[in-house]
Design a protein around this ligand. Structure first.
Ligand code: SF4
Length: 106
């Protein structure tokens, strides 16, 4: 009986470790992909149209807490300096940036 419990415990821990390792590898792969993408420039047409800036403190944002890293379209975290955004396919935006499409991450 005790042996069976230990076996299931090992199986559970093994599965948990596999999930954790998979998540870490997935995160590293995502960061590597983002690092390969060009950074959006503030003077390109889409950025101008959306009033995108790399530094939100220079923007006309309506609230000081509106920043790319907490926007629903940002694919990274606050720790990710440059990351993909749904509004700029194939490019990355700055985590501390802002544009006028900003929407709170859900
Ligand atoms: Fe930043 Fe959000 Fe605008 Fe993308 S949509 S540039 S993440 S504020």
């Amino acid at each position: 009986m005790k042996r069976s419990f230990s076996r299931s415990k090992r199986k559970f821990l093994g599965g948990t470790m596999a999930v954790v390792a998979g998540t870490m590898v997935s995160g590293l792969a995502r960061e590597a992909r983002s690092a390969e993408l060009p950074r959006v420039t503030e003077d390109e047409p889409t950025a101008v149209a959306l009033k995108y800036v790399h530094d939100a403190s220079r923007s006309a944002r309506p609230a000081a807490d509106q920043v790319c890293h907490n926007c629903r379209y940002f694919k990274g975290t606050q720790q990710t300096e440059w990351e993909r955004c749904d509004l700029f396919p194939g490019k990355t935006v700055n985590a501390n940036g802002w544009c006028n499409v900003w929407a709170m991450k859900g």
